[in-house]
Write a protein that binds this ligand. Structure first.
Ligand SMILES: NC(=O)c1ccc[n+]([C@@H]2O[C@H](COP(=O)([O-])OP(=O)(O)OC[C@H]3O[C@@H](n4cnc5c(N)ncnc54)[C@H](OP(=O)(O)O)[C@@H]3O)[C@@H](O)[C@H]2O)c1
Length: 259
């Protein structure tokens, strides 16, 4: 399927690892130009070099901590300086922690919400100004099924995800006035560094394969590339009628009627 992403300009937050890295790679394979950002400079630069070496689209890497409002403005300014426009924003950088309700202090809630909810909201607001001027653009929020399946052990991330599911639909209403599409994606368990970190909580390193198999009815966890493929499709004109939707990609793990 021809996606028509050649020469589009995409920002992928958290583009140095996991789902973000796979998504940035996918955009480059399609001939798009990409700005990736994350905190760790060494890994970010290594991924930028890897993507540039593919000899397709241009790559810009901007080290940034997206819990800081100023960092978000800097990332967007960098993108406009380098490429002159922003066609696609993939809000993906997030790292909310699991934990016992009584053990997690206010600081943990504030820190995780400042990246996952405020980071997404601020980035979308900053980028939307430019997309509205272009009267065109797509914003994809990579959220998570934790927002659909409330559990005591993942309240911080789950509640931020639920807020983002709402935000995605509300932002779609705003974007529609000027031709900007907004879509949310809810991944279930996807094998990235983040899931590896959670494994200890889920059942211990020793039983890793067993735990991974039990996480979905398909008997396996997802691959970052599988989420990236969905992001690419939703970013493309092939998905022009998909707007304000929150789409689940979880191997059937969510048993509920929604998502
Ligand atoms: N993997 C899953 O099973 C799963 C399931 C549901 C939802 N999700 C969501 O999908 C998204 C990607 O997850 P992933 O599994 O690919 O995570 P990951 O492998 O841990 O990668 C996270 C990326 O975000 C960056 N990042 C973290 N904190 C940041 C900050 N403060 N400022 C800027 N960048 C930051 C990381 O780089 P640095 O650490 O160097 O900054 C890295 O590039 C997250 O929003 C996550 O909540 C994942």
């Amino acid at each position: 399927m021809e996606l028509g992403l050649k020469d589009k300009v995409a920002i992928v937050t958290g583009g140095s690892k996991g789902i973000g890295r796979a998504t940035a790679l996918g955009f480059i394979e399609e001939g798009a130009h990409v700005l990736i950002c994350a905190r760790g400079e060494e890994t970010l630069e290594a991924v930028a070099q890897e993507l540039s070496a593919m000899g397709k689209g241009r790559v810009v890497a901007v080290p940034a901590d997206l819990t800081r409002a100023e960092a978000i403005q800097e990332v967007v300014a960098h993108c406009l300086e380098a490429f002159g426009r922003i066609d696609i924003l993939v809000n993906n950088a997030g790292s909310a922690r699991p934990g016992d309700f009584f053990q997690l202090p206010d600081e943990a809630w504030q820190e995780d919400w400042s990246l996952k909810f405020f980071g997404y909201m601020r980035m979308a607001r900053e980028v939307l100004h430019h997309m509205l001027r272009q009267r065109n653009g797509v914003i994809i929020n990579v959220i998570g099924t934790g927002g659909l399946r409330p559990t005591a052990g993942y309240m911080v991330g789950g509640s931020a995800n639920a807020a983002l599911i709402h935000f995605t639909k509300a932002l779609a209403d705003e974007g529609a006035k000027n031709g900007v599409r907004v879509v949310g994606i809810n991944p279930g368990p996807i094998l990235t560094e983040r899931l590896e970190r959670f494994l200890t909580t889920l059942g211990g390193e020793g039983k890793k394969e067993e735990v991974l198999q039990r996480l979905t009815p398909l008997g396996r966890v997802g691959k970052p590339e599988e989420v990236a493929d969905l992001v690419l499709f939703l970013s493309s004109a092939r998905a022009a009628f998909i707007h304000g939707a929150n789409i689940t990609i979880d191997g059937g793990a969510n048993p509920g009627l929604m998502g």
